[in-house]
Design a protein around this ligand. Structure first.
Ligand code: ADP
Length: 517
C-alpha cells in the first residue's frame, strides 16, 4: 500500500495480498465494530465484520456474514431512528444514529452507528461501511440524568403547588379570623391585611398595602418601644406579646388596641415575614373597669353595715345579762364568728379592688419576723383541731415591711395548706436566710396541684375546678399574697405534684432591713 501524490492511498498490484491483510489487521485492531455490506447483492448482506464487532455483539463471524444487519434489532423494529437511517442512505448520504441493538444473549446495547455509502465511478452505491460503538453506559447515564431532571421538575411542581395550597390555606385563615391582621415584610412594609383590619380601621387596601407600618393612619404605630420589639421578631423569633396602644385613631377615635406579633414560616419559606394581630380591647377594658368599680363599691357598701353589726355584737356581749342562757350565749358567740368570717371575705374583696386600682398601700415599719410568724401560727393552730403546724429552720430577725400584709400572706398559705390537705396531720413552715433574702416555705402533703394549674392559681378568682364545690373559697387569697410579696420586692411561687402535696415559698429582700436597722 502506498500514497499517491495527492495524498490518497492505493494498492500496488505486486503485493496486493499483503496490503489487504495489513488493512484487515488494522480494522481488527480498531475498538469500534466495523462491517461492510454489499448493496449490489440482494438484501444488502454483510460481507465483512471486524473482531470488535464480534465482541460487541456476541455473534461469531459465521453468524454474521451474509446477514442483513437488521438482525441486531431483533423484534425492536419500530425505532424512529431507522427512518432517519433509511432516508439518509437512500439520499446517498452518510448517517449517524443511536439505535437499540441486541447482543446474541439478548442484552440490549445502545449502538452509536455511523453508516457511510461507498459509490462507484457512476455514483451508484455499491457498499456501505458501518462503524459502531457501544454507548450503553453513556446512554444510561444520560437517561438517568434525564430521569433525575424529570423527577426534580416534578418535585418542584409539587412543592410549588403545595406552597400555593398552604399559602391559600393561610390566606383563607387570615381572612376568616375575627381579628385585624397585617402581614409585614422584613422592612415592616405591609404586604397584606385582612378584611377585618379594613373594616375596623375604616381604611381601604390602597391606603395600607405597600406602606410602611409606621406610616399608616396618623402614625399610630410609630412608637419607639413597639419598633424595638418588632425589630427582634425576625432575628430572634421572639414574639411581641400583648403590647397595648391607646391612641386617637383617624376615623374611629380613641381606642385601646392589643398587639401581638409573630414570625411566620411556611415550610421553611417566608421566614422573613411578621404576622401582626391587632385586637380592639376598648370595650373589654371598659367592662373590666366597670366590674372592678362594682367590686370596689359593693365591698365598701357591705363593709359599712357590717362594721355596725360587729359593734352591736360587741355591745351584746358587754351587756349580756347574767340570766342569759348558755344557748343564748352560744348563739351570740356563733353570730360573732360568722360576722368575722364575712368581714374577712369582704376585706379580701376590698384588697382585690385596691390592687386593681393601684391603691394597695404599704405601711412599712420594723418588726420581729419570727415573732410575727409565731403569733400567726398560734392564731391558726388554736382554730385547727386537725393539723399540727411545725415551725422549722433559722431565726430571721427584724424586717422592715408591712406587718399586717405579711401576716395575711402567712395566714393564707397556712389556711390553704390545712384546707387542701384534709387527710394529713402536719403542715410545716420552714424559715431560712438565702443570700440577701429571707425565705419562708409552707409545706403540706395534701392534694397537690397539677403543672398546668400551677400557673393559674395566682390569678384572681381562679380556683382549681375539681375542688370548687368541695372547699369554700373565692380564689382571691393567692392573688392578694402574690401582690403583697411583689410590693415588697420579693417573689412567691409553688412547687407541687398532683396527689403528693405542695410547697408554697416566698422570698423577701433583706436590703430594706440593712438600710433601716
Ligand atoms: P381559695 O383557696 O379561696 O380558692 P386561693 O387563691 O387561696 O383561693 O387559692 C387558689 C386555688 O389554688 C385554690 O382554689 C386551690 O385550688 C389551689 N390551692 C391553693 N393552695 C393549695 C394547696 N396548699 N394545695 C393544693 N391546692 C392549693
Amino acid at each position: 500500500m502506498s500514497y499517491t501524490e495527492n495524498g490518497e492511498f492505493s494498492f500496488s498490484h505486486e503485493n496486493i495480498q499483503q496490503d489487504f491483510s495489513l488493512l484487515t489487521s488494522a480494522l481488527d485492531a480498531s475498538i469500534s465494530g466495523i462491517i461492510i455490506t454489499d448493496n449490489q447483492l440482494p438484501d444488502n448482506p454483510i460481507i465483512y465484520c471486524n473482531r470488535a464487532f464480534e465482541l460487541m455483539t456476541g455473534y461469531i463471524r459465521k453468524e454474521i456474514i451474509g446477514h442483513n444487519c437488521r438482525f441486531l434489532q431483533r423484534e425492536d423494529r419500530n425505532q424512529q431512528v431507522r427512518e432517519k437511517l433509511r432516508e439518509d442512505i437512500s439520499a446517498g448520504k452518510h448517517s449517524i444514529v443511536e439505535i437499540r441493538n441486541y447482543k446474541k444473549d439478548g442484552t440490549l446495547f445502545w449502538n452509536e452507528l455511523y453508516v457511510s455509502p461507498i459509490k462507484n465511478k457512476d455514483g451508484v452505491t455499491t457498499h456501505f461501511i458501518g462503524v459502531q460503538n457501544d454507548v450503553t453506559r453513556r446512554k444510561k447515564a444520560e437517561q438517568e440524568l434525564e430521569r433525575e431532571r424529570e423527577l426534580i421538575e416534578k418535585k418542584v411542581i409539587e412543592r410549588t403547588e403545595r406552597l400555593k395550597a398552604s399559602q391559600d390555606y393561610m390566606d383563607s385563615i387570615v381572612q376568616t379570623v375575627r381579628e385585624s391582621l397585617i402581614v409585614l415584610d422584613r422592612d415592616y412594609r405591609v404586604l397584606s391585611v385582612n378584611e377585618h383590619f379594613l373594616r375596623t380601621f375604616k381604611v381601604n387596601k390602597a391606603e395600607t398595602e405597600g406602606k410602611l407600618l409606621y406610616e399608616l393612619g396618623n402614625g399610630q404605630w410609630n412608637i419607639e418601644a413597639l419598633k424595638e420589639l418588632l425589630e427582634k421578631v425576625l432575628p430572634t423569633n421572639n414574639p411581641v406579646l400583648d403590647f397595648e396602644v391607646e391612641h386617637d385613631f383617624p376615623h374611629i377615635g380613641n381606642k385601646l388596641m392589643l398587639l401581638n406579633a409573630h414570625r411566620i414560616e411556611l415550610e421553611g419559606e417566608y421566614k422573613d415575614r411578621i404576622l401582626l394581630a391587632i385586637e380592639d380591647i376598648t370595650d373589654r377594658r371598659a367592662i373590666e373597669r366597670r366590674k372592678d368599680d362594682f367590686l370596689s363599691i359593693a365591698s365598701h357598701e357591705l363593709k359599712t353595715p357590717l362594721t355596725t353589726i360587729k359593734g352591736y355584737i360587741q355591745m351584746m356581749n358587754r351587756f349580756m345579762p347574767d340570766t342569759a342562757t348558755d344557748k343564748f350565749k352560744e348563739i351570740v358567740a356563733k353570730t360573732g364568728q360568722f360576722v368575722e368570717r364575712l368581714s374577712n371575705l369582704i376585706s379580701e374583696l376590698l384588697d382585690v379592688s385596691r390592687i386593681q386600682t393601684g391603691n394597695m398601700e404599704l405601711h412599712r415599719k420594723m418588726f420581729d419576723f419570727d415573732e410575727m410568724i409565731n403569733e400567726t401560727v398560734d392564731g391558726i393552730q388554736s382554730a385547727s383541731k386537725t393539723h399540727q403546724i411545725i415551725i422549722k429552720g433559722t431565726k430571721l430577725g427584724n424586717y422592715y415591711g408591712d406587718e399586717s400584709h405579711l401576716i395575711q400572706v402567712i395566714n393564707n398559705l397556712l389556711s390553704n395548706a390545712i384546707k387542701y390537705a384534709p387527710n394529713t396531720e402536719t403542715v410545716e413552715l420552714h424559715k431560712s436566710l438565702v443570700s440577701d433574702f429571707l425565705k419562708v416555705s409552707v409545706i403540706d402533703k395534701g392534694m397537690g396541684i397539677s403543672h398546668d394549674e400551677q400557673k393559674k392559681i395566682f390569678e384572681r378568682f381562679y380556683r382549681v375546678s375539681e375542688i370548687q364545690t368541695k372547699y369554700p373559697g373565692m380564689g382571691i387569697g393567692l392573688y392578694v399574697c402574690d401582690q403583697i410579696i411583689k410590693n415588697h420586692g420579693g417573689t412567691l411561687w409553688v412547687d407541687s405534684e398532683k396527689g403528693k402535696g405542695s410547697n408554697f415559698s416566698f422570698t423577701l429582700p433583706l436590703k430594706e432591713r440593712a438600710e433601716n436597722d
